[in-house]
Design a binder for this molecule. Sequence first.
Ligand code: FE2
Length: 586
Amino acid sequence: MKVVSVHLGHNATAALAEDGAIIGVLSQEKCDNVKNSAAFPLDAINSLLSEHEWTTDDIEEVVISGNDVYPSRAYDYLFEAKNRIVDSSPLVSAVKGLRDGVAGRIFPWPFDVLREFRGKKLTAEGHAQLKTSLEALGLGDRPRSHVEHHRCHARAAFHALQPIDNREPALIFTMDGSGDGLCATVTKVDENGYLERLAETPASASLGGVYSNTTRFLGMKILEHEYKVMGLAPYAKEQYMLETYERVFKPAIWLSKSNPLIFESQGNAANFYDYLAETAVGERFDNMAAALQHLTEELVTQWIRNAINATGIRRVFTGGGVFMNVKLNRRIQEMEEVEQAFFMPSCGDESNPIGACYDHAISKGITTTPLSNLYLGVSYSNEKIEAFIAAHGLRDKYTIEKHDDIEATIAGLLAERQIVARFAGRCEWGARSLGNRAILAHPSHMESFYTVNDYIKSRDFWMPFAPSMLDTAAPKYLRDYRPEETKAPYMITAYAATELGVEHLRAALHQGDHTLRPQVVEAAASPDYYRLISLFKEKTGVGAVLNTSFNLHGYPLVATPEQALMTLEKSELKYLALENYLLVKR
Ligand SMILES: [Fe+2]
């Protein structure tokens, strides 16, 4: 059974599945190079089909993640409206005035926009666009089904991560801003894989919405810069953070007394910006970030504890955008009540087509296969790279050599403290670089941190870089690393660094609290990358490299040679390894 699944909306994404196994996932942003692109993922589907040498004739069914369908313009409009207000709202009172006047009519308040879009006319437009797009692909006549949004999050986490040899009962927690009218669910899975939803919270009491609105209140982009707020949090002093928490955040949202598996809030969380405008003006930015992070960690860990106490089940799976928060995940894996924790990587809505494929497989009685790695996108052979180099006349501009052992070449350059962009194999699905589209550097020297930042990434000064480390090095660098309880292959959870970790990974950890968000690399999942880091270790004694996503600031992670070349040309980057070809700026 061959299936294509599609997530429409913010960060539109397509997935291909065959007989219960996910064989390809690609976000549209990696095709049109527009971050979080909401365009129908036509290019993504076509790229995946050609990667597998399939045609649309091979596809038997189409599965849509989510019940709500809106046209892509609605999402573009929503996103623009949200951020336009961010850009124009340094003075809250002025904005409130504007909101009630002209600006309010032209740019409706965030989240209110979606409500406005809930009209039948727009849904009809969404369905019509979906139909037209599928017809254009030649898929108009295939059976089509929808899977509810939070069911997708739950299925994705559970079936992607559940070890094949362990079918014990589990709890799945999903949490996001909102999807199909909900923001959080608790689901119990029995030993037969049957899912029973124990609780669901309506979107009006959304902790994700509180997080996003606070992100906006701090002058950053909603649905995009939440990780920067998390990164800012460790810089606050605990005493001041707690004062802000008690005064601003604690009274705003809580777990229900009558049902401790659902959330309740003071007013609609969608209007949390208004609440902040009334209660939080004058609060320091770092205290706000830290108090919000504290709220998130306290509430979510208590929520999970409540579900464990109610069911006696201690294996925990998580999905949905809120669980992109690596510090929250660290708290979860440290909970005494939690026996094992499985965090879905890149668990925003870009993970939902994966969940939809799994749900479809289960509905057909097909056994599902977990993900073995996230290299699920497009690849380019050396022949294709050679043709690309020739077609663009790159030999006139760069020194180019083909290296039989490109991993050894890169490891050597990194040991000499050079910075190298690596383009190899299939591109990663999701938000994080896992080595195949990566900018790599020596992790021990702060010089790497500054050079990567100044020349290529232009990140905010408080944001850290992360390491890719050998599985054998992980216990030496990470405190309380217990892979039997939580694996860390996808940069989705954080650890405190050991003393040696701080010494070896000085440029690849959070400068404020010395935590890090590692990719623990196993040879089976990524043999070439594993060898590269091993060769680097032979030369330096350091079992890790600094790895940051291969892209310019504000662009999505690179997928194609064209995007790689653009990044090389628009940055101070000197070395680019395109498969076995090393391009060096003269
Ligand atoms: Fe979601």
